[in-house]
Design a protein around this ligand. Structure first.
Ligand code: IDP
Ligand code: MG
Length: 154
């Protein structure tokens, strides 16, 4: 399996305000995923609409845009074998109330509208690449080796 799959992850405004950036970054680092990009930004209306375009017709859309633009987010790209699916399994279900303990949403959330983290959907083909392109320029993604790589993959 290719170990260079990349996926897009973002600590949402609630996660930033609650001081969860470090905890969340640690989980992916410890799992063996490699951070290849990161930026601390405030999302504007245009980016919010592009990012959440698939939900435009949903009743929660306006509230979602208001929330995601309400404060800084920490956007990241993580790389590793089967990264998109593995990250989603660490994130949990969309609703924290339905998420197992041990997942990020299951450990840090209670409410569907405040679920701490975004991660590209592994069931939406190409979502990871689309979202990476939306938030990052190619030269903001770094190629390097982690010193433990030889111990992470057989
Ligand atoms: P995901 O984040 O697990 O991929 P999506 O269905 O893509 O979930 O929804 C995107 C985001 O929209 C969710 O993470 C959540 O913040 C918000 N959301 C989804 N469904 C609802 C809802 O029914 N009420 C309020 N917010 C919702
Ligand atoms: Mg989604």
């Amino acid at each position: 399996m290719s170990s260079d799959e990349r996926t897009f992850v973002m600590v949402k405004p609630d996660g930033v305000q609650r001081g969860l950036i470090g905890e969340i970054v640690s989980r992916f680092e410890e799992r063996g995923l490699k951070l290849v990009g990161g930026k601390f930004i405030q999302i504007d209306q245009e980016l919010a609409h592009d990012h959440y375009g698939e939900h435009e017709d949903k009743p929660f859309f306006d509230g979602l845009v208001e929330f995601i633009t309400s404060g800084p987010v920490f956007a990241m790209v993580w790389e590793g074998a089967d990264a998109t699916r593995q990250v989603r399994s660490m994130v949990g279900e969309t609703d924290p109330a339905e998420s197992a303990p041990g997942t990020i949403r299951g450990d840090f959330g209670l409410d569907l509208g405040r679920n701490v983290i975004h991660a590209s959907d592994h069931e939406d083909e190409g979502a990871n690449e689309r979202e990476i392109d939306l938030f990052f320029d190619e030269d903001e993604l770094l190629d390097y080796e982690r010193i433990d790589e030889a111990w992470l993959y057989e």
